[in-house]
Each structure stands twice: as C-alpha cells, then as structure tokens.
Ligand binder design. Structure first.
Ligand code: G6P
Length: 368
C-alpha cells in the first residue's frame, strides 16, 4: 500500500526514496521516442493552438512555486517562450498582463490550495486559458481547470513536499520540450532529450546510496543558528526549496539566494555557526560559484557543496562535498534537490523534530 511507511521511520524519507519511481510515473506514456516528442494529451490543445502561445504564466504556492520557478528557466531555455512566475496568492491582487495568446498553468500537489484555486478562477474569469499541474486526482483544480496534466506521484503524506516537487519539475521539462519541439527543436534534439530525461531516475537512485554521508553532514551542522542556501540559474529555485525544507521541518531559519547576491547583503550573516549550502554543479557558472564559496570560507563560514561527480577540486575547500551525477543543466534541479531534501530530513531528525507533522503547518491550506 502506497500510503504505508513500510521500513521507513517517516513518510518523508519514504517519499524521498520513491523519487526514481515517481519520476518514471510522471514520464510514463508521455515521451515518444519515434518522433522525439512529448505527449501531453490532457492539455486539450492542438499543435496549432500551442504554437500560437506567446506567453506562459506559472502560479503556485510554497514548493509548487519553486517548481514553477524552475519551470520558467526550463521553458525559456528549451522553448524560448517568455514565461513568468506569479506567486498564486498575489496573482489576483494585481493585474497581470495577459492576452488571448497567454496560457496559464497552476501547480498544486493537493489541487485544493485556496490561493492557487483563486488564481486559477481569476485567470478564467478574465478569459485566460488555465491548465492544472496537479497530483490529487479529481481535486478542485483538476475539475475546474481547462485541462492539464496529472503528475502521478502517488499519495504524499509528509507535510514537507518532496517527490511532488521533482514530479512537477519533470512536467515543466516536458512542457519545455513540447513547446521547444513545436518552435525550433529538431526530432534529433527531442530524442536526445528523451535519453537524458529517462536517465534521471537511475541517477537519483545513485544519489540515494550516499544517504549515510549526507546524514553525517547534517548531524555536523544540526546546531547551526541559521543556514544560507546559494545557487544560480535553475539551481536558484533549488536553493529556495532547500531553505524552505530546512525551515519547515528543522525550524532552523534558512534563506535561499542567487549565489552572486551574497556580496549585496547576505555576506553580513556569514559566521562559524551559519553554514552556507552551495548548489554548484559543473555548469557554465561553476567557477563563479567557486569564487563565492571562497568568499564565505574567508569569513569563517562553513560550506557544504552539492556538485557534479568529478569536480573533486571542491574537496580542497571543504570536507562537506556531496556529489550528483552529470546531466544537462536544464535537468540538474532534479538531481541537486535530492541531497537538500535529505539534509533537511536528517537535520530535523537530529534535532528531535516531528518530521512528518511540523508545527503550525498543514499539508493543504484551504483558507486564505
Ligand atoms: C502548504 C504545504 C506546502 C505546499 C503548499 C502548496 O503550505 O505545507 O508543502 O508546497 O501548501 O500546496 P499544494 O498542494 O498547492 O502544492
């Protein structure tokens, strides 16, 4: 039974470990190897209609908002369609420009979050087509939207969202690929992307074999006064998500920042009991991240790094390096977030927190 904890002490840990499978389920039947295409029939839109879309709005709350932020990066990178993320609770209180060629997606695990539902209703009131990216089958967003796409992650019981984040990000990638293929990517480009996407579940499984090491790093920093999470490009939202997980379940104050913003304020917080967690995979901005890491170390701030296998030079700077397998940059959030989920989980366990039911939080917030 999916809703049972099995051998895991907490639902959250079980759900972290389910990610290779939940991602396979998110992709199942949606990738066509023959023509290098993503198939998302639930969008209820023809290729001609999709080609006419010149602006995308993504909305959600909490973790779903962070998945939307990754979506903005991925869709703009792969498809070059201007994409904007609007936090769902703000959407209806401002007047977001949208015309007949604008398409909105709302992202929600539960499909019941009132702020997200209200954003969708406002969009539809204005005649903006609004599709749902939802986990709960038959939920209000699923029923009231103009169509959409289930993420098929299975029940998520832990209040802190984990597997639904990666599944939402995977759907964002499928959308990026779909719009990209419609506009300018070739069949061969699409086929290569499918190979890369289908390799992700096994790569996550390999990260999950490093759990003991991540646990040891978490225990080392479990008494920190606060934590700073830093990343760039698509890993900036991963930094926000890592910080959110840490706050939600360990009650350690944490914040996420674009790494380069360090010098514009955050660096004032750096000190020995304020570790910085850098998400620094082997990408175009790796060297920039390394110089930010050096700035933190020079001010006696401990550093934990999530980087790509092979980038062993970071071990010269810090003992706490966590490796993820190589992948294209647009997919890296699917890998880099896994160690951050485990880091927050083991930090919370070390601090004796109730991981699955953190204080003051609800799995689904149905009041404004
Ligand atoms: C609550 C939960 C978060 C979740 C957010 C959005 O705040 O505690 O974990 O990300 O709602 O929920 P949804 O069901 O819309 O994804």
């Amino acid at each position: 039974d999916d809703a049972e904890k099995g051998d895991f002490p907490h639902y959250m840990l079980k759900e972290i470990f389910e990610q290779p499978n939940s991602l396979r389920n998110a992709m199942r039947g949606r990738l066509s190897r023959d023509d290098g295409m993503a198939i998302l029939g639930g969008l209820n839109m023809t290729p001609q209609e999709l080609r006419g879309i010149d602006r995308i709005i993504l909305s959600g709350c909490g973790t779903a908002f962070h998945a939307a932020m990754v979506g903005e990066y991925v869709i703009e990178t792969l498809a070059r369609v201007p994409t904007e993320v609007e936090i769902a609770s703000e959407f209806r209180y401002r007047n977001v420009p949208a015309d007949k060629n604008t398409l909105q997606f709302v992202l929600s695990q539960s499909g019941e979050t009132i702020d997200t539902l209200a954003a969708m209703r406002e969009a539809r009131r204005k005649g903006i087509k609004c599709l749902g990216i939802v986990n709960s089958v038959g939920s209000t967003i699923a029923r009231e939207s103009d169509g959409g796409c289930y993420i098929h992650a299975g029940p998520e019981i832990g209040v802190a969202a984990t597997k639904t984040f990666t599944s939402q990000v995977m759907i964002m990638t499928l959308l990026g690929m779909l719009f990209g293929r419609i506009h300018h990517l070739s069949t061969a480009d699409g086929m290569e992307m499918i190979d890369e996407m289908e390799a992700i579940p096994d790569k996550i499984a390999s990260i999950l074999t490093q759990t003991d090491r991540i646990k040891a790093i978490a225990e080392k920093h479990a008494n920190a006064e606060g934590m700073l999470f830093m990343g760039r490009q698509a890993n900036y939202p991963v930094a926000l998500e890592g910080a959110l997980k840490m706050k939600e379940i360990s009650y350690i104050y944490a914040s996420g920042h674009p790494s380069a913003e360090l010098k514009h304020g955050v660096i004032a917080l750096v000190k020995p009991d304020m570790p910085s967690i850098f998400i620094a995979p082997d990408d175009a901005v790796f060297d920039k991240n390394v110089s930010n890491i050096e700035e933190v170390l020079a001010r006696k701030g401990p550093v934990v790094c999530v980087t790509t296998e092979g980038r062993t030079e970071l071990e010269r700077l810090t003992d706490d390096v966590i490796y993820v397998p190589d992948c294209p940059s647009y997919l890296s959030p699917l890998l880099t977030v896994i160690p951050l989920q485990l880091l927050s989980y083991y930090t919370a366990v070390a601090r004796g927190c109730d991981v699955d039911k953190p204080r003051n939080l609800a799995k689904s917030v149905t009041v404004e």
